[in-house]
Write a new protein. Structure first.
Length: 257
């Protein structure tokens, strides 16, 4: 097989959570440009509409579904709607996430549960549902969990985000555990660990510490709008068919210092 063919995703269906903006939209664009029929989901209809318009301007075949994955009851209807629209799910990108900053001794119960519900529970429930209904019987599937370099360290400088760091470490081991179980079904499960990218989630921190983050990153830059595209296409395509249970840090080297 020619190398270009290994990365071709023509006709594949990709479901991307948190796909209306930021890293989710970046990955939806990349998968769409490589031939995927993409389904993006998020809580806000207006943001989904804007993202869909942006994707269609690029020639991407995009469908939107409003869904709040903080609520476990939203998982099955999301899969129902995706299968009704597209017939199958070949690629699942668990990207939706939340964070909350507070000292550990004062961390609110509400904040802990919010972060864990979206960052840990939702990816598992969604992977379980997609696996049972579209991947296992077909012996075909790629699951990509968006973790973070925050899951590789106890802390990232002055960030007081114990739930976020804990949840992203859980996402990495969830990736390993599911890969070990579902390899027999020819399902690949891998994770991407982004470093600092400008986004709504990181805006406040980068306003205060952006220059320090850049100085402490070996490549001396933040991630930009193109930096996750190659990683997600690799992990979604046949090029990674012998890769499972792994994480790929896309962080300018921040996790190695």
């Amino acid at each position: 097989m020619r190398v270009r063919e290994l990365f071709d995703l023509d006709g594949q269906v990709a479901l991307i959570t948190g796909g209306s903006r930021g890293l989710g939209l970046q990955m939806a664009q990349a998968l769409g440009e490589m031939g995927c029929r993409v389904v993006i989901t998020a809580r806000k209809a207006d943001e989904l509409a804007q993202a869909s318009s942006q994707l269609r301007e690029l020639g991407v075949d995009a469908t939107t579904i409003v869904s709040d994955l903080q609520n476990p009851a939203a998982v099955a209807p999301l899969v129902d709607a995706t299968l009704a629209a597209r017939g199958q799910i070949d690629i699942l990108v668990n990207n939706a996430g939340a964070t909350w900053g507070a000292p550990a001794e004062d961390y609110p119960d509400e904040a802990w549960h919010k972060v864990m519900n979206l960052n840990v529970n939702a990816p598992f429930f969604l992977a379980r549902e997609v696996g049972k209904r579209s991947m296992i019987a077909r012996r075909h599937g790629k699951i990509i969990n968006v973790a973070s370099i925050a899951g590789l360290k106890g802390s990232l400088g002055p960030m007081q985000t114990i739930a976020y760091n804990t949840s992203k470490a859980a996402a990495i081991n969830f990736t390993r555990a599911l890969a070990a179980e579902w390899g027999k079904y020819d399902i690949n499960v891998n994770a991407i660990c982004p470093g600092f990218f400008p986004s709504k989630m990181t805006a406040g921190l980068l306003d205060k510490l952006g220059q320090t983050v850049v100085e402490q990153t070996p490549l001396h830059r933040l991630g930009d709008d193109d930096d996750l595209k190659g990683a997600v296409v690799f992990l979604a395509s046949r090029a990674s068919r012998h890769v499972t249970g792994q994480y790929l840090a896309v962080d300018g080297g921040a996790s190695v210092v």
